[in-house]
Design a protein around this ligand. Structure first.
Ligand code: DGJ
Length: 405
């Protein structure tokens, strides 16, 4: 009889434990469900209209994003309905989550003074802002073309502000590093090579009988630095650009130089307001525009585009062990349908987001510039850690994966 009672007690105890486990599991599942319910999806929908807090499509093209004190600030070109010239200036938007954007107004306004470099009607493109820890200032660099001169000025402009949203004060514009050869041409061997080339034959303004571009000989001469040398006195041309702040706080200005044939990576001064004279050439003769850079696990990555005006083309990708190179070229990082035209977009910036990275690109609408769209995609990595991009109609910032409804 007592054995029977013991058995009953043991069975009751086992049941009690089981019930406890089941209840535990139930409570845990409820908690998971509740936490899932709490995590709002943060959906990015490339190519769509992105309304700001006023319900108006965000107007910040060719731009970049700065994370400062927990807030994201998006700076970009204000585009009008009928012209790509700068009629307003650089717009700024702020956000806590990269999905909901508040219009903070014009950060850098074009000038009403016809004598100003940034007079209304100039071309002011691809503004980027970085924060200088030492000075406590926000520094904006951009590509500037003087009004009425097409794209021939090829200048870099700089402006500064005390607050992220501005107003930014324009400081100056100009070609970059006049009188200074790039580090990789500043050696006896390179100088001797350059001395052998008659670069006037490649400069129509100096020689109307200029030889044809794109011949193998011309390519070899460009590679050797003939256009960098041509521009030595007045400074290097500076068109499409980005900024990058390295781990040690040094900042770099990366821009299309040499008639868009070669990228330059130029170190900025400690206050980020000028160039130090230290710069390298990257992918000479490679015809790269729209540079965007990020750093991951000891490697610097750069995604660029080719040069086809407002029309999309295949992206290019490079990596390097140091921002100053040497840079190695990879295949087009885009995969799938429309990979050969970067899904219709052109790179502008790469934004770190936790341990992840967001590829930001513009889908230009040259006939209706203000209607240009944004192509933001998660950067994915293959088994060798090489970045790649796939188009997603909608994706979630929480998971960095496509949203499937
Ligand atoms: C391509 C550049 O990336 C844009 O910023 C702009 O300059 C257009 N070319 C103009 O055609």
């Amino acid at each position: 009889m007592t054995i029977f009672v013991h058995i009953i007690n043991i069975l009751i105890f086992i049941n009690y434990i089981k019930m406890k486990q089941i209840c535990g599991l139930f409570v845990a599942s409820l908690a998971v469900l509740a936490s899932c319910a709490k995590q709002e999806p943060l959906v990015i929908a490339p190519c769509q209209i992105w309304p700001d807090n006023n319900g108006v499509h965000v107007n910040a093209h060719g731009g970049g994003v700065l994370l400062h004190d927990g807030t994201y600030y998006w700076f970009g070109e204000n585009k009008c309905d009928t012209t790509s010239s700068a009629m307003v200036g650089v717009d700024c938007y702020s956000s806590q989550d990269l999905v909901h954007w508040t219009n903070e107004g014009v950060a850098l306004a074009v000038s009403d003074d016809p004598e100003s470099d940034i007079t209304r009607g100039c071309i002011l493109e691809r503004p980027k802002v970085i924060y200088n820890e030492k000075t406590g200032k926000f520094v904006m660099w951009f590509h500037l073309e003087l009004k009425g001169r097409g794209y021939e000025a090829a200048r870099a402009g700089v402006a500064v502000a005390d607050n992220p949203t501005g107003p930014y004060t324009f400081i100056r514009s100009g070609r970059v590093n006049p009188g200074i050869l790039p580090m990789d041409l500043d050696n006896e061997e390179a100088k001797a090579r350059l001395a052998e080339i008659d670069y006037y034959t490649y400069d129509e303004s100096k020689n109307p009988q200029a030889e044809e571009w794109w011949t193998p000989e011309w390519r070899a001469d460009v590679d050797a630095g003939i256009i960098a040398e041509r521009d030595l006195e007045g400074g290097q041309m500076a068109r499409d650009m980005t900024l990058f702040v390295d781990q040690d706080g040094k900042a770099y200005h990366i821009y299309s130089a040499e008639e868009n044939l070669t990228l330059n990576i130029a170190e900025l001064s400690d206050d980020y307001l000028s160039h130090t004279g230290k710069y390298i050439r990257m992918a000479p003769g490679g015809h790269n525009e729209a540079p965007a850079v990020f750093f991951k696990d000891g490697t610097y990555w750069m995604i660029t585009s080719g040069c086809t005006g407002w029309a999309p083309n295949a992206a290019r990708m490079f990596s390097a062990p140091s921002i100053m190179g040497p840079w190695t070229q990879y295949d087009n990082p885009c995969r799938g349908e429309n990979a050969d035209i970067t899904f219709g977009g052109q790179s502008t910036f790469i934004l770190p987001y936790g341990d992840n990275f967001i590829f930001m690109a513009d889908i230009w609408r040259p006939k209706h510039p203000s209607d240009a769209r944004y192509l933001w995609l998660p950067i994915q990595f293959d088994e060798n850690g090489v970045p790649f991009l796939e188009f997603m109609e909608k994706w979630d910032l929480n998971t960095f994966k496509a949203v499937t409804e």
